[in-house]
Design a protein around this ligand. Structure first.
Ligand code: 13P
Length: 234
């Protein structure tokens, strides 16, 4: 392994971390990011503010827990490693302490199907994993369980995790989770909000799959509601 490998991925990681701060979903030295590489992952270093982090500061970590780099890997390397090892459908893991997601997590509250967009994380709820000390195997085990069949979860008295195939999608999902959390916190001030049934959430998830909802427009036009107008048609 060499610390100068994967230059483009390293640059994309720095850019993604800075976007996290610009989008207001992270600050200071909280949060961390990883991406899959052959036999392991690239991960942000521990305790280095993103404004001061360059591509060469990113740490290369093997699935065996050994690392190469000028810094120690994020204190949360265990859940990054374990998620990427367990989930072939995931290439990027993003962790942040976005305010409203964390407010719910402080109360050990999951995000229910109070809004159809809860389904963007893959199910009828966005679960909240039980509390465990940061950086521990226990936290990683809780995160893996809370992420089962999901692309996002909250971590009690801590923050949130989102998983995705790309940096762009991970950022998008982290902002969606934070927006849902914000709406839910506000909705709770008027009393416990009604929730959509599992049956309706099933229809929402089917619709999202069919429309590739939340992804860049499909040039092949597989969206069954509207198709791009072909040349020559009025
Ligand atoms: P690191 O700086 O070690 O990545 O820790 C930040 C964090 O959010 C711990 O959960």
């Amino acid at each position: 392994m060499s610390t100068v490998e994967h230059r483009d991925l390293r640059r994309a990681m720095v850019e993604t971390c800075r976007r996290m701060n610009e989008l207001g979903i992270n600050q200071g030295t909280s949060g961390n990011l990883s991406v899959r590489i052959p036999d392991g992952l690239l991960i942000t270093p521990t305790s280095l503010p993103y404004e001061r982090m360059g591509p060469e500061d990113i740490v290369e970590l093997g699935f065996d827990g050994t690392y190469v780099g000028r810094h120690r890997p994020s204190s949360e390397w265990r859940f990054h490693r374990d998620i990427l090892r367990a989930r072939a459908d995931v290439d990027v893991v993003l962790h942040c302490h976005s305010t409203f997601a964390t407010v719910l997590a402080i109360h050990h509250k999951e995000i229910p199907s109070f809004h159809y967009m809860t389904a963007v994380a893959g199910g009828t709820t966005i679960r909240c994993a039980p509390y465990a000390t940061f950086g521990t195997q226990a936290l990683s085990d809780h995160a893996i369980a809370a992420l089962q069949d999901r692309q996002a979860c909250l971590l009690a008295q801590h923050g949130a995790i989102v998983v995705a195939k790309s940096f762009e999608r991970a950022l998008w999902l982290a902002v969606e989770v934070e927006t849902l959390a914000k709406m839910y916190v506000h909705a709770l001030t008027l009393g416990p909000p009604p929730v959509l049934s599992d049956e309706e959430m099933g229809r929402v998830m089917d619709q999202m799959r069919r429309m590739s909802y939340g992804q860049a427009p499909d040039p092949e036009g597989t969206n069954d509601v509207a198709r791009p107008r072909s040349a020559g048609t009025a």
